[in-house]
Design a binder for this molecule. Structure first.
Ligand SMILES: NC(=O)C1=CN([C@@H]2O[C@H](COP(=O)(O)OP(=O)(O)OC[C@H]3O[C@@H](n4cnc5c(N)ncnc54)[C@H](O)[C@@H]3O)[C@@H](O)[C@H]2O)[C@H](O)CC1
Ligand SMILES: [K+]
Length: 496
């Protein structure tokens, strides 16, 4: 039975093929057995998830993903369901295990016809067995039309291994992709399922190892891993009864140029709600008084010149710079002075845009770009960043040093000594609203202030921020979700 609790290790397609090879060639598990296991697991899941489905249309491609589909159709037919196969590739062109599976389906009297949109109409359920980890080019022609027709059909789609058209390594869509309600993936979790377009087209992700011996997995170093917050309780410092505010660090937020006071304040408030002992804000003088009135626990300073900023930098444990910083003279001056300090930094928003214009390298900072800011830093387009988010985030950490967070569906964190990229699946589309990035900056800064190493602070901050967004969305819906709605949930989560 496919597992609902997913492993944390994530792999590239080539690595999963290597696991497949080891199982077949070194452990003597026939490929045909793996394919039958894949088909059986998919059929079992299908029966559990859609017990009333009777007319099952399995759409098969020309490779082993298609082979899995032939097995599903055979098992469904043998169980008395009206299972049929529509193929995009001539069954005679199949090879090896897929050819055997097709022959066994034919022997079980499964109707096998060429793909025909009209035949979809009666289906209660569609199974996507078109393309798996063998996707090697843009989907086009009849394959693209089939994917579009399946997506346009009102019934659910069960995707085998990966929604066809989604790139297993990057989460990018090559031309077109299946929109699945459920995806059952085999042997190893593909990292592309969890970032980029993956979350938008996979639906519920189920996993089955196909009975591959667990001791073959250590042969491969995962390409990345899902961070699920399991080490959070150990990361956050214990609060002794005799603790005082000096024990939990001092966050200095620099930002809030004219007209953008709110950004700096949201960042500062998030830092305070995540346990920072003291929080100061260096902002334009015109904002300081008003902001102090609305949140007296934060120490607002009107800062117009470098020598006014210097004493605040000395007192800070960590500097968060960028929320509402702007790209004018004031913002540029503030960034220049902040970079001259030896305190760890969190850079976001316009601090990143200014950095893109004047690159430098440090080991003690965390950069938190969204794809557009990452594109400016890497001198490429946002589409190029999204075409391979893993390469982009690793490139950011390599070029600029420290830790890089590439925000977006399936945020990625790079910069760990062992090179492993962490992937965070918390968060929801309701968080695509102004101020969410400012809050994240404050969350991460608060964790650095409390002594977490940079990579831990970044991964835990992204995780907590997304979880708080999920709880806020559960409480009141994704539409109209505001950045400050996260604050009470952040406090709950940081104390969980
Ligand atoms: N290792 C495992 O976990 C198991 C994998 N199984 C299934 O096998 C597929 C991988 O099979 P493979 O034959 O390598 O690739 P595909 O089935 O994805 O098909 C490749 C096939 O399609 C052609 N092709 C590639 N891109 C396109 C395109 N854009 N348009 C049209 N055709 C395309 C390519 O030329 C090949 O002919 C894996 O996903 C699992 O589902 C095993 O069954 C179980 C263990
Ligand atoms: K598929």
């Amino acid at each position: 039975m496919p597992m609902r609790t997913l492993p944390v290790e994530l792999y590239r397609a080539a690595q999963v093929r290597e696991l497949d090879r080891i199982a077949i060639e070194e452990r003597g598990i026939p490929g045909h057995t793996l394919m039958n296991q894949a088909g059986a697991a998919a059929f079992q899941l299908l029966r559990q998830r859609w017990p009333k489905a009777w007319r099952i249309e399995v759409v098969c491609g020309g490779g082993n993903n298609g082979g899995d589909g032939y097995v599903v159709a055979r098992l469904a037919r043998q169980a008395g369901l009206d299972a049929r196969i529509m193929t995009l590739a001539d069954p005679e062109s199949l090879h090896g295990d897929a050819l055997s599976a097709a022959q066994e389906a034919r022997a079980a009297e499964v109707p096998i016809t060429a793909f025909n949109v009209a035949d979809l109409t009666e289906a209660d359920l569609l199974v996507d067995a078109i393309l798996g980890t063998g996707l090697e080019r843009e989907v086009s022609g009849a394959w693209r039309e089939a994917i579009a027709a399946m997506n346009a059909h009102p019934t659910a789609v069960l995707a085998l291994d990966i929604p066809s058209g989604l790139h297993a390594d990057t989460g990018a869509v090559l031309g077109a992709t299946i929109q699945a309600e459920v995806t059952l993936t085999f042997i190893g979790l593909k990292q592309g399922l969890f970032t980029g377009q993956g979350p938008a087209c996979c639906g519920e992700i189920h996993f089955t190892s196909l009975g591959v011996p667990p001791d073959i997995y250590p042969a491969l170093h995962p390409a990345s891993w899902r961070y699920v917050g399991d080490d959070l309780p150990t990361l956050l410092p214990h609060r002794s009864r005799s603790a005082h505010k000096g024990h939990f660090g001092h966050v200095l937020v620099i930002g809030g140029d004219l007209g953008m006071a709110g950004a700096a304040r949201m960042s500062a408030e998030a830092a305070a709600r995540c346990g920072a002992g003291l929080v100061s804000v260096a902002t334009r003088s015109v904002h300081a008084g008003l902001q102090a009135a609305v949140r007296p626990e934060l120490m607002f300073h009107g800062i117009e010149t470098p020598d006014q900023l210097a004493p605040l930098l000395n007192r800070a444990t960590v500097i968060a710079i960028g929320p509402g910083l702007g790209r004018g003279d004031w913002g540029r001056t503030m960034l220049h002075v902040a970079l001259a300090s030896d305190k760890p930094l969190v850079l976001d928003a316009d601090a990143l845009n200014l950095l893109a214009a004047g690159p430098s390298y440090r080991d003690d900072w965390i950069l938190t770009p969204h794809p557009g800011e990452a594109a400016r830093l890497l001198k490429m387009t946002p589409a190029q960043v999204e075409a391979d988010r893993f390469i982009a985030v690793e490139d950011l950490a390599l070029r600029f040093g420290g830790v890089a967070v590439l925000k977006g569906a399936g945020s990625l964190i790079a910069g760990k000594a062992d090179g492993l990229v962490a992937l965070c699946t918390t968060g929801n589309p309701g968080m695509a609203s102004g101020g969410m990035g400012d809050v994240l900056t404050g969350v991460i800064a608060a964790l650095v202030a409390q002594g977490l190493p940079l990579f831990a602070a970044a991964k835990a901050g992204v995780y907590l921020h997304g979880r708080a967004g999920d709880r806020a969305a559960q409480a009141g819906g994704e539409r109209g979700l505001l950045a400050t709605d996260l604050l009470p949930f952040l406090r709950q989560l940081i104390n969980a």
